[in-house]
Ligand binder design. Structure first.
Ligand code: ZN
Length: 376
């Protein structure tokens, strides 16, 4: 059987330089749309059963975060449900992975993908719940609906809790997180979810960057714009995804915001806060501490020993989502980062940080919020 490689599906990304010899396949990651960022890859290789397969991504050194390749293990799947790790090395700017596939066709990806079809299933299944509404609040650059879910009864006297995900489309773990969170909130036999919804409504955008996800981008939308730098002045022309979501936030109000991401470099789950915004005060400081303490107590994947350095007072960049919204709404607003590699504190040698762990982290946000909702 002749070896072939394809990317003609949702989120596919690779360029084939030479695939004559299965033991020395030469590949390149395509740049993001109208942008120099590159890191996300996702392709299918056919005709490879029982052959020693060595794939070399020869432009890995040009990636947005080359440190992301250190101690990184590539994800592979025969059925696109179970994604296991394959031995991977990064040397002299080349990312190489070598293994012997057990079946004719195998998918290779930077992280377990979350496709547009899965996204549509997620939001359309959610609307079946009597406590959930699905609204299209605008259109992306390429004309797709921006899907917005409200979970709860809509009572405006209750706390308004926002969770948005996947501004950076290559960070697919962010939408797996949303799947876990949404399924748990809609579970009518879950007393924690019922108790939280007695005190709050949840406002959710499971995928902020639909076009970028389908295009197989790491960081930008179809215009080449990094949405997480657009929050000070979003525009319909360049960043409609941010523009329409922020309009909705102003209409509804906000008592809490979590912006969900993945981090290429650090092998830990961590939070980046709003210590550097002008109006950071004792109340926000106390809320930041109790949020972390609560989450650590319900899910030990969360930790605060490793992470980004905290901003000095007043030094926060207010074009970034969590900082912009924390300042505008004077509320607890945080960025969550999950690893592409491992959680080194609780490693999983077969799967690494996975879609399953991301789902469970999303589920655990319910108890975390229940613990602080009265203080928000
Ligand atoms: Zn990100």
């Amino acid at each position: 059987m002749k070896l072939s490689i394809s990317t003609t599906f949702d989120a596919g990304n690779i360029e084939v330089i030479n695939a004559e010899n299965p033991e020395n396949i030469q590949l390149k990651i395509r740049k993001d749309t109208h942008s120099d960022f590159l890191q996300w890859f996702y392709f299918r290789i056919n005709g490879i059963k029982d052959l020693t397969c060595k794939m070399n991504i020869i432009n890995a050194g040009d990636a947005a975060y080359p440190e992301g390749w250190e101690n990184y293990q590539t994800k592979a799947s025969y059925d696109r449900e179970t994604w296991f790790q394959v031995p991977t090395k990064y040397t002299d700017g080349v990312l190489s992975m070598e293994f012997t596939p057990e079946y004719d066709s195998v998918y290779i990806a930077y992280f377990a993908p979350f496709s547009y079809e899965q996204h549509l299933d997620l939001v359309n299944n959610a609307q079946h719940s009597p406590i959930c509404t699905l609204e299209s609040i605008g259109q992306t650059i390429q004309g797709r609906p921006i899907d917005f879910l409200r979970i709860g009864d809509g009572d405006s006297k209750k706390k308004k809790l926002w969770v948005i995900a996947r501004q950076h489309p290559g960070e697919s773990m962010a939408e797996w997180f949303m799947l876990g969170l949404i399924d748990r909130l809609l579970d009518e036999e879950d007393s924690s979810s019922i108790s939280l919804l007695n005190k709050a409504n949840l406002y959710l955008v499971p995928n902020m960057n639909i076009d970028g996800s389908i295009l197989g981008n790491l960081r930008v939308n179809a215009k080449g714009v990094n949405l997480n730098r657009e929050w000070a002045e979003p525009s319909i022309e360049n960043s409609p995804e941010v523009f329409y979501v922020k309009e909705k936030m102003k209409e509804i109000g906000m008592d809490f915001n979590l912006d969900v991401h993945g981090d290429e470099g650090l092998p830990y789950v961590f939070i980046s806060g709003i210590e550097g915004i002008p109006s950071f005060d004792q109340k926000l400081s106390d809320l930041t501490d109790s949020f972390m303490k609560n989450w650590k107590s319900v899910n030990p994947d969360i930790q605060d020993e490793y992470g980004y350095p905290k901003n000095e007072p007043g030094a926060a960049k207010l074009n970034i989502c969590s900082k912009n919204l924390g300042e505008e709404f004077q509320c607890l607003s945080q960025t969550l980062e999950m690893p592409f590699k491992q959680n080194e504190n609780i490693p999983d040698p077969i799967f690494g940080w996975s879609s399953e762990r991301s789902i469970k982290l999303g589920e655990s946000l319910v108890n975390t919020l229940l613990g602080i909702v009265d203080k928000l």
